[in-house]
Design a protein around this ligand. Structure first.
Ligand SMILES: [Zn+2]
Ligand SMILES: [Zn+2]
Length: 326
């Protein structure tokens, strides 16, 4: 079967044996897989030493081809999935830092989302795999994992789905696909959501989706999704004294950042959010399947053979979000 692999710094399509179902779990025939910003970061920072361990692609939608499980899934089910699950019993899990759990970090799909077939284990089926509504297009189903990341960030900011959050405002800085998903997640939680980007094109897309920016306002919470340390200054300008800043991306120049005294005298909370828990994935499936969050028309489609072009186009900001048809 075809599978994408990073070799000598270049993404290549190689031939691998189809995975075998030798434990409980399932073999999933991949229909498509979204290209994540974290895939781009991995590619950019790959070295000769670590590239063989890099797994590209995790925003999978597929059809269950073979199954050996006590779960309710059956052959032919169309599912989307997350790739990591926690143990629920370690020191990290006790603090609800599920994405720091070592089981979480070591669990993954095999061999990678940009493959014709993948293997998932019984815990994936239990915690991260969801049947998706037939009315959704496949590229929409593939938003299960990225949307769950944003839901995680919204929850890390202290918003709860069953509470009235309507008196709170949040500003998302960086309006790429993940920024827009953040805005949609905030809206789903009932938070007043505003968006800012230095790109007027992206501001327009966000406006077309119903999200504005008010430069005269201070915001209770600011989400950083741009991957650029310059946005920290903007965040400090627009966050209310006593407010929260949610760090949601890595940056290239890590030395510039928050200063102790500004955080202290303004009593700011700097909170990070990295990767979703099973509950965030469950909520994401609900939002997508019941159309609370609509992700229609956000993706540009490529074939697996054209994955390298999808990566180039993403690096060059030519597209909003790449979806690879496998
Ligand atoms: Zn992702
Ligand atoms: Zn754990």
């Amino acid at each position: 079967m075809k599978s994408a692999k990073l070799i000598d710094g270049k993404v290549q399509i190689i031939n691998l044996d189809k995975p075998i179902l030798d434990t409980k779990g399932a073999i999933i025939k991949v229909i498509g897989c979204g290209l994540c910003g974290s895939d781009l970061v991995k590619i950019k920072h790959a070295t000769k030493e670590n590239e063989k361990n890099i797994i590209l692609g995790h925003e999978v939608v597929g059809i269950i081809e073979e199954i050996n499980s006590i779960s309710d899934f059956k052959k032919g089910d169309i599912v989307a999935l997350g790739h990591h699950y926690p143990c629920f019993s370690c020191e990290y899990c006790k603090n609800q830092s599920y994405s720091m759990c070592r089981t979480f970090k070591n669990s993954n799909i095999f061999p990678s989302g940009f493959s014709e077939f993948i293997k998932v284990d019984e815990n994936h089926l239990k915690y991260t795999v969801y049947k998706m509504n037939d009315e959704l297009k496949n590229d929409e189903k593939a938003f299960l994992e990225p949307l769950s990341c944003c839901i995680r960030a919204v929850r890390r900011a202290g918003f709860e789905i069953n509470k009235d959050n309507s008196e709170f405002s949040a500003l998302t800085i960086g309006l790429g696909s993940i920024g827009l998903l953040m805005l949609k997640s905030l809206k789903a939680f009932g938070v007043q959501a505003f968006g800012f980007d230095i790109s007027s094109d992206r501001m327009k897309t966000s406006k077309d989706n119903g999200f504005l920016f008010d430069e005269n306002k201070k915001y209770d919470t600011v989400f950083l999704t741009a991957g650029n340390s310059k946005t920290i200054e903007t965040a400090l300008k627009y966050v209310i004294d006593g407010g929260k800043i949610i760090v949601f991306s890595s940056v290239e120049d890590d030395l510039k950042g928050f200063t102790n005294n500004e955080i202290y005298y303004r009593e700011l909370s700097i909170i990070s959010s990295y990767s979703p828990s099973p509950y965030d994935i469950e909520l994401s499936a609900k939002f997508l399947n019941t159309n609370i969050v609509n992700v229609k028309g956000l993706s540009s489609h490529y074939t697996l053979d054209n994955l390298a072009k999808a990566i180039d186009d993403s690096f060059n900001n030519k597209i909003f979000k790449a979806y690879i048809e496998i």
